[in-house]
Design a protein around this ligand. Structure first.
Ligand code: NAD
Length: 248
């Protein structure tokens, strides 16, 4: 029960890793407000998690929406201790096929969204000496071919994490990132475009267990550790959960 009585906000909680993180924090006692742009999926997620979990539709690319979910958590649960920025989108394609609209969407959700959510949360995290866990990716540490916007956005998340960790260190606020390899969620279930060299992409796979992907719960374990008091001396790290992918 590492989060007994703690107030937490989890974005991207309607699906995949965000849902697994929300489940884990709630199962360890957190009072949760969960957000996602998929309002229907979010309601279902809140019902399945149960307890005091509150669902609030959220678009992380909209500053007002980010402020609203943070303020709701503070109002309902008396403050904010943990922010998990999990919402994200993936967009494979040759760089010449990615137009400005696709590029801007990936950067807006994956990178600017983390900035907007963090900016809204920081005053409250300073009060609680709380922490942020950002969902980066192995693609935040190494290049992934045919995935330029996503890879750039996740490298950006790692940089933002380190910068904020240093900036907020005197206030006792920790900021960390988790960098997973492939995780079995709806995000990676979609078929990739036909004109990319998929074999080249798949060279960057985990070494552990013959290249098996992670499950969302594997990533939730790492997020919960970093968000907990067990990690009280850890800030500014990009923590791979990647079966050795980025060691290669
Ligand atoms: N699945 C993987 O292989 C993998 C690997 C490394 C990192 N990640 C990262 O993990 C995070 C979660 O991904 P997932 O695999 O669970 O995917 P997912 O598609 O199952 O979940 C992503 C969630 O984010 C939500 N979302 C998207 N845009 C949003 C917006 N503008 N505002 C609010 N919510 C929004 C979606 O509705 C969805 O519920 C992402 O940041 C992703 O980049 C995933």
């Amino acid at each position: 029960m590492r989060f007994e009585g703690k107030s937490a906000v989890v974005t991207g909680a309607a699906s995949g890793i965000g849902l697994a993180v929300a489940r884990r924090l709630a199962s360890e006692g957190a009072n949760l407000v969960i957000g996602d742009r998929n309002a229907e999926g979010l309601e279902e997620a809140a019902r399945s998690i149960g307890g005091s979990t509150v669902a609030m539709p959220l678009d992380v690319t909209d500053a007002g929406s980010c402020t609203a979910i943070i303020e709701r958590a503070v109002e309902l649960n008396g403050g904010l201790d943990v922010l998990c920025n999990i919402a994200g989108v993936l967009d494979f394609g040759r760089v010449g096929d990615i137009d400005e609209t696709r590029w801007a969407r990936v950067i807006a959700v994956n990178l600017t969204g983390v900035y907007l959510m963090s900016r809204a949360a920081i005053p409250h995290l300073i009060e609680s000496r709380g922490n942020v866990v950002n969902m980066a990716s192995a693609a935040g540490l190494v290049g992934v071919p045919f995935n330029a916007a996503y890879t750039a956005s996740k490298h950006g998340v790692v940089g933002l994490t380190k910068s904020l960790a240093l900036e907020l260190s005197k206030e006792g606020v920790r900021v960390n990132a988790v960098c997973p390899t492939g995780v079995n969620t709806p995000m990676i279930a979609a078929a990739p475009p036909e004109n990319i060299d998929w074999e080249l992409v798949m060279r960057a796979t985990p070494w552990l267990d013959g290249g098996e992907n992670c499950e969302p719960e594997d990533i939730a374990d790492a997020v919960a550790f970093l968000a907990s008091q067990e990690a009280r001396r850890i800030t500014g790290i990009a923590f791979p959960v990647d079966g050795g992918q980025t060691a290669a």
